[in-house]
Design a protein around this ligand. Structure first.
Ligand code: IVH
Length: 666
């Protein structure tokens, strides 16, 4: 293939891939087969690798993020990012309408939009390519979050269609859809990680992540509501959004033109009751004068446009009596206060329990037993208490005192400095922690042993099972006379336990319930270290060299295997015949890269980045996320960022191609 032919093929592939991304992430059309998409990405990666001169930061191959640290620089907004005047009252909307009509005469069309509850961003496109993405910042300057924004798959890196200005800004709200948010929290709690409080704060935190690989894992999306360019090419706001949609931006379909205030109120009423059915959270609606000429005539106050206003919905709240507070102890020992309420209807369901999160929240709200409390339901899985109605407070009420000892085992609770939760440290003697760990051990994605929660509870009460290893001592005769068991169920359980001995090492590792070791981390550890002995022997540095393993996970693994009770349980599991070795163990090691520090950047031809990281480590080298004076080599593929390249040159670090690296270790 000549360079010209390669260039043509690269262009075609990029164009088609941008289109498939748009169809998939913006139009939710999933008809194009995944494998074909993957083949095209692979072909493009290969071509970009062979022809680095045609590299482009907006290539679809760059959607995966980079694991080098981003430094947020701030830049001015060409057009300031103003906020909106807002109101909760219909009278004020009427006054807004009157002010508008005074300037515009009687005729005015309003464009009604939903007010997306997320984080504002402003994207600049030059010649049809995403050039820079800024946060709102203080309205005049914002932080450059382009690297993280690029990972949001519904955002076009290249504009579709035609007729776009040479340079324009488009503004929207980065959000996390409710279902994705719940799924993400479900996975986090499975890993023993703290769950996120709500989609908006999580979206905001994700945009400011230093590591765009991490941001790429968050289910971010972006909904657009404003196009601004120096050339005025639209007569009306609704046309500009229509055009933005044609260019490939996600503009939600719920907007409406209204020719009277009555129609505006209809829109408001409709979404006030239907907002629960939306896939994302809103906190109100935005009413905008549709004509751009009239917008210009109306102009701005110091902070807000005179042609738009937001009407905010009050969060759906219920008021109910707080009867008592329970404390739940999870498998990791975290203690969560839970309010028991007089049943109250809220957003279509009856709520009886609500989260109080932690001791800080309890004292911040100063909730007391017998208080009437406000309950809210947002994107959270469980409703939460957001305030106390002081007018209902009983004179004789007393401040609630957070417990000092575990409600289940009486142990003095601990609180780590950087964490909000209290923990019961009695991991090996506290019943809900023990049972929680066994339930996790037998769960479907772990050992897949067929036993209900009530069965585990029974086996625990009967003193037959105190940890996972005890399961493998259970005999048919131990079970058959127990209350929940008949011959068949006893035999089934024994069989299911026996069958679990074939479960592969990575799932056994996940089943152990080591804090922060979820399914993916367990697989990475199993693949990189091969067997239990290597894992137990691994020090902090060795563990951190494994892809995706950071300091926190490494420390947790080391602490787990240091504990004598864990050690003896794992030994018993091994003796029982569970799999503690990966099916194919890693190949021989050398010391070719001993003491050398590597940073990997870009896309490679022969091996994945994960494979390369493992190779470095198997040959005695170390992987690091960021370039510093301590870096010995940069292993560079295509699409290595220019700033990294400059930094490497400045520090005099040797840059290796994939082939040079391979010959170094061969
Ligand atoms: S228009 C000059 N439309 O609300 C006015 N804003 O309080 C530009 N927002 O910073 C804003 N949905 O982050 C507009 N449909 C929508 C919106 C919206 C959410 C946010 C945006 C803005 C804030 C203003």
């Amino acid at each position: 293939m000549t360079p010209e032919q390669a260039k043509a093929r690269i262009d075609t592939l990029r164009k088609e891939l941008h289109l498939h991304n748009y169809n998939y992430y913006v139009r939710s059309d999933t008809s194009f087969p995944d494998y074909q998409y993957d083949l095209m990405i692979k072909e493009l990666q290969d071509l970009e690798l062979q022809h680095p001169q045609y590299g482009d930061p907006n290539s679809p191959t760059n959607r995966v993020g980079s694991d080098l640290n981003l430094e947020f620089e701030s830049f001015p907004h060409r057009i300031p990012m103003l906020s909106l005047g807002n109101t909760y009252s219909r009278e004020e909307l009427q006054e807004f309408d009157e002010r508008v009509r005074k300037v515009t005469g009687d005729e005015v069309s309003y464009f009604c939009e939903l007010k997306y509850d997320g984080v504002a961003v402003s994207l600049t496109y030059r010649d049809g390519s995403l050039w820079r993405a800024l946060t709102r910042g203080d309205g005049t300057r914002g932080d450059d979050v382009t690297g993280n924004i690029r990972t949001i798959r519904s955002i076009p890196l290249k504009i579709h269609g035609e007729g776009y200005p040479a340079q324009f800004e488009i503004r929207g709200e980065v959000i996390i859809p409710i279902e994705d948010f719940r799924e993400m929290n479900r996975r986090r709690s499975e890993m023993g990680e703290p769950v996120f409080a709500n989609p908006r704060n999580t979206a905001s935190g994700s945009l400011k992540m230093q590591n765009s690989l991490e941001a790429a894992r968050r289910p971010l999306d972006c909904l657009f509501y404003n196009v601004a360019s120096e050339q005025q090419i639209f007569d009306s706001h609704h046309e500009s959004l229509e055009m933005a949609r044609n260019w490939g931006f996600k503009v939600p379909p719920f907007n409406r033109l209204a020719s009277s205030l009555a129609e505006v109120f209809q829109f408001i009423d409709h979404w006030e009751s239907a907002r629960d059915q939306l896939p994302f959270e809103i906190d109100g609606v935005v009413i905008k004068v549709d004509s751009i000429a009239l917008q210009q005539e109306l102009g701005f106050t110091a902070k807000t446009p005179r042609w738009a206003i937001s009407y905010k919905y009050k969060a759906e709240q219920g008021l109910s009596r707080l009867n008592s507070i329970d404390f739940q102890v999870g498998r990791t020992g975290a203690v969560t206060p839970v309010a028991n309420l007089e049943p109250v209807r809220l957003a279509g369901t009856v709520v009886k329990r609500a989260s109080l999160h932690n001791a800080d929240q309890v004292s911040l709200l100063d909730v007391r037993i017998g208080d009437h409390v406000f309950v809210e339901k947002g994107g959270e899985i469980i409703p939460k208490i957001v305030g106390v109605s002081m007018e209902h407070r009983d004179q004789g009420s007393v401040p609630f005192r957070f417990i000092t000892h575990c409600p289940e085992c009486g142990t003095l609770l601990e609180r780590k400095e950087e964490e909000a939760a209290h923990y019961c440290p009695n991991a090996n003697g506290c019943p809900p922690q023990i049972k929680g760990r066994i339930e996790h051990f037998i769960s479907r994605k772990a050992m897949d042993i067929n036993a209900a929660e009530a069965t585990i509870d029974l086996l625990f009460r009967e003193g037959l099972v105190r940890n996972a290893a005890d399961l493998y001592n259970l005999q048919f005769d131990d079970l058959v006379h127990l209350e929940r068991f008949a011959e068949k169920s006893a035999r089934n359980l024994v069989h299911s336990i026996e069958a679990s001995k074939q479960v592969p090492f990575q799932r056994v590792l996940f089943a152990l319930g080591i804090r922060y070791v979820g399914e993916t981390v367990a697989r990475k550890l199993a693949e990189a270290l091969g067997d239990l002995e290597n894992l137990i022997a691994a020090d902090q540095e060795t563990l951190e060299a494994v892809d995706e393993i950071g300091e926190r996970i490494a420390q947790s693994v080391i602490a787990y295997f240091r504990d004598p009770l864990n050690k003896s349980m794992v030994n018993r599991l091994k003796e029982a015949g569970l799999q503690f070795r990966i099916a194919s163990a890693p190949v021989s090691l050398s010391k070719a890269l001993e003491g050398k520090s590597f940073v990997i950047s870009g896309v490679f031809e022969k091996h994945s980045r994960e494979e390369l990281k493992t190779m470095i480590e198997l040959h005695g080298g170390r992987n690091s996320g960021s370039i510093s004076a301590k870096t010995d080599f940069i292993l560079a593929g295509t699409n290595m960022g220019p700033s990294k390249y400059d930094k490497a040159l400045k520090l005099g670090i040797t840059i290796l191609s994939e082939d040079e690296f391979l010959s170094l270790i061969s």
